[in-house]
Write a protein that binds this ligand. Structure first.
Ligand SMILES: Nc1ncnc2c1ncn2[C@@H]1O[C@H](COP(=O)(O)OP(=O)(O)O)[C@@H](O)[C@H]1O
Ligand SMILES: Cc1ncc(COP(=O)(O)OP(=O)(O)O)c(N)n1
Length: 275
């Protein structure tokens, strides 16, 4: 009998379904992992932007994590939108209580593509001091890495220096995403394990329908870790997953459509390749 692998997302809800827990759960499902969620905030959101943010009470986040921790121990966990320092401290406490440190991937979500604040400014320091030291990996985009390190990141050397600084904050692996650098024909991500820099590159796709790319990418990393893959394997698969999801992204709504969470699985299934 094959064992069922479980992944948990601690994140916000996107009513439009392209980012947040909806993107995470779809990605877990596609990669064959049982998905669970602890909600940190509701957002009223669609392809045009975020119309409202409604955070959960910190105790409500704690209650969800207790329900999961006491009955359904996850094989891997990711965080997304955490919103406030109070919620971050609750999550950090539960990670320690349930011994989830070696399973935790932090996607340090700060600002939605439309510009809405998904992490309060006052919470950045709590993320650095309370959560990063407990994590296995962090997956910042370039603006998030700049905010966390205080650096301006322009060159390849800057990226490597930012990865070193982030590594000193606690995570064993730094996955620095390069989607925001539109200067070349490639979307280049960097994996750093404290020793070596590994670059992962794919052709940059010209589309505006990229809503939820970061959530989907970090969920794919988390699902692969839940399946027992190594970090380089997990990042490699996540890169292929997001590439297919952007190539087949969905032109729905009047704004920036979501990525297609089924594209990678559809391609693999049509070729008879196990996921
Ligand atoms: N236009 C694009 N074409 C191909 N890959 C992209 C594109 N935009 C982003 N990506 C990839 O999607 C993932 C998330 O990227 P990024 O945009 O940096 O993060 P976020 O969505 O958190 O802002 C990364 O693997 C990145 O390389
Ligand atoms: C509820 C919620 N969580 C996270 C995000 C940000 O998602 P991301 O994958 O970075 O995609 P964009 O918003 O940048 O397109 C979100 N929007 N909502």
């Amino acid at each position: 009998m094959t064992s069922i692998r479980k992944a948990l997302t601690i994140a916000g809800s996107d009513s439009g379904g392209g980012a947040g827990i909806q993107a995470d759960l779809k990605t877990f499902q596609e990669l064959g992992v049982y998905g669970m969620s602890a909600l940190t905030a509701l957002t009223a959101q669609n392809t045009l932007g975020v119309q409202g943010v409604y955070p959960m009470e910190p105790e409500t986040v704690a209650a969800q994590l207790d329900s999961i921790g006491s009955d359904l121990p996850p094989d891997a966990i990711k965080t997304g939108m955490l919103f406030s320092s109070d919620i971050i401290r609750v999550v950090a406490g539960k990670v320690q209580q349930y011994g989830w440190q070696q399973k935790l991937v932090i996607d340090p979500v700060m600002v939605a593509k439309g510009g809405s604040q998904l992490l309060l400014q006052e919470a950045v320091q709590a993320l650095i001091t309370s959560l990063l030291p407990l994590s296995l990996a962090i997956t910042p985009n370039l603006p998030e890495a700049e905010m966390l390190t205080g650096m301006t990141i322009e060159s390849r050397e800057d990226r490597e220096q930012a990865a070193r600084l982030l590594h000193q904050m606690g995570p064993e692996y730094i996955i620095l995403k390069g989607g925001h650098d539109s200067s070349g024909d490639e979307a280049v991500d960097l994996l750093y394990d404290g020793r070596e820099f590994q670059y992962m590159s794919s052709p940059r796709i010209a589309t505006k329908h990229t809503h939820g790319t970061g959530c989907t990418f970090s969920a794919a990393v988390t699902a692969c870790l839940a399946l027992g893959r190594s970090m380089p394997e997990a990042v490699h698969t996540a890169k292929a997953f997001i590439q297919a999801a952007i190539e087949d992204s969905l032109n729905i709504g009047a704004g920036q459509g979501p990525t297609n969470h089924f594209a990678y699985g559809n391609r693999m299934r049509s070729r008879g390749i196990p996921l």
